[in-house]
Design a protein around this ligand. Structure first.
Ligand SMILES: [Zn+2]
Length: 442
């Protein structure tokens, strides 16, 4: 018997292939809008806003004011809760810096949608897979998302949170090898740290991990050059994922390497903060209206990520808009009319030949000089520095000072080789033991 308090939307949620064109896609969205608005009508936040007036159709939705991160912070913790609290499955907070947190919460029904969306990558997840989840489990959604998707498809999950002392890089390398891990989920940078740790342990990342077939990555801007380098270093596919704790997965990659927005499960818009205009495509901040969400409905939520959305044909026939994630606005430096982005510098660094062994870098703008430090193999250090200076001049018309250092000078060798012994709290000590460690169990 169906429990009226636990509506199961599984049969209503669209699957890729259910629509054959952007017109069909818009029809799917329109058909779901009434249920989305009905869910929002149960949210205290939307009940209060505009005297509880909610849109009846798409034109009404587009006329509604955007929901902002500030609104979410003001609604902390449960001001957006649209179901009985006993129905919540998980509670999360975004990785903001200080201040009032941004809360997100999901029911089991919400979780079914979340897990399906994350698992939609063209590199499938199968029961034969061993999946290392290497993003945080604490408060954020990311680790739980990958875990739920892997479990949905019967894979074996290895929970390897990257924010814990229990899982240092040396242990990641051991797990990748000993367990013959086939899939991983992490920040792109993490895969480079594993590679350096694997080399420090005497392994060749491209040869000694033959089971590894794909690295799922997200959470950071990733240039094509760095992505190609990661794939080459590990001899595995790199598959990009894009999402947020407030929404779950928003886009995934098709077999043709394009990142497609899950527009059958969400309505997407693009907001230009300068003009205040919001359109269906183009460049600006991504605005999302999740269509299958009950615990915390959101109407026109501005994620504030700088993106470019396009509706163009793709060989995959998914009929979903493509998105280019241009990074979060914080990663930009300016001098005069020149705008330098993390992604732009990364592209130049990873444009250096693979043989130079450059995996780690940092840069800062000092006046009109771009100061860059990289780690490179000894015999290529001079060439790497010269070529990077020339590349910066070509790209930005700026002078650069590049210091090519020995491996271990930016990312310490000890970080890559340290073991991880997690202590338990302890009060009683022997006569020769250091009891200053009492209760310090991290
Ligand atoms: Zn495609």
């Amino acid at each position: 018997m169906t429990d009226p308090c636990r509506p199961d939307d599984a049969d209503q949620r669209p699957r890729i292939g259910d629509w054959k064109g952007y017109g069909d896609l818009a029809d799917l969205q329109d058909a779901r809008l009434a249920a989305t608005v009905a869910a929002a009508a149960r949210s205290p936040f939307y009940q209060r806003r505009d005297g509880g007036r909610l849109p009846a159709d798409r034109a009404g939705l587009h006329a509604l004011a955007l929901t902002t991160k500030q609104h979410l912070r003001q609604a902390y913790p449960f001001g957006m809760l649209a179901v009985d609290r006993s129905r919540l499955a998980t509670y999360h907070e975004s990785s903001g810096s200080g201040g009032t947190p941004t809360a997100s919460y999901y029911t089991e029904t919400d979780w079914a949608d979340l897990a399906e969306r994350y698992a939609r990558k063209w590199v499938g997840i199968y029961p034969s897979d061993t999946f290392l989840v290497r993003t945080p489990y604490a408060l954020m959604i990311t680790g739980h998302l990958a875990q739920a998707a892997a479990r949905l498809h019967g894979a074996t999950v290895v929970p390897g949170d990257n924010r814990t002392l229990a899982m240092p890089y040396s242990r990641v390398v051991r797990v990748l090898r000993d367990l013959a891990v086939t899939l991983t989920w992490s920040l792109p940078t993490d895969t480079l740290l594993w590679a350096a740790a694997a080399e420090a342990a005497g392994h060749r990342p491209d040869q000694d991990f033959p089971a590894l077939r794909a690295l799922f990555v997200g959470g950071e801007p990733l240039s094509a050059a760095r992505r190609d380098r990661i794939a080459r270093i590990w001899n595995a596919r790199v598959v990009e994922e894009y999402g947020a704790t407030e929404t779950g997965s928003l886009a995934g990659e098709c077999p043709y390497g394009r990142l497609h927005l899950w527009a059958d499960r969400n309505i997407f818009e693009v907001h230009d903060p300068r003009s205040g205009r919001t359109t269906g495509h183009g460049r600006g901040q991504l605005v999302v209206t999740p269509l299958y969400r009950e615990a915390m409905p959101l109407l026109r939520y501005n994620i504030e990520d700088d993106v470019e959305v396009a509706y163009e044909p793709c060989e995959c026939d998914w009929w979903l808009p493509t998105v280019r994630v241009l990074g979060r606005s914080g990663f930009v430096c300016r001098t005069g009319a020149v705008e330098i982005t993390q992604l732009g510098v990364e592209e130049l660094v990873f444009g250096l030949p693979a043989g130079y062994g450059v995996m780690f870098w940092r840069a800062r703008l000092v006046g009109e000089l771009l100061r860059i430090e990289i780690e490179a193999r000894e015999r290529y250090r001079e060439a790497a520095a010269d070529e990077l200076v020339a590349a910066v001049r070509r790209r930005y018309g700026l002078d650069a000072e590049v210091s090519a250092r020995a491996p271990g000078e930016l990312v310490p060798h000890a970080l890559l080789t340290a073991g991880g012994d997690v202590l338990k709290p302890r009060g009683l000590y022997g006569p020769d033991e250091d009891w200053d460690k009492a209760l310090q169990y991290y």
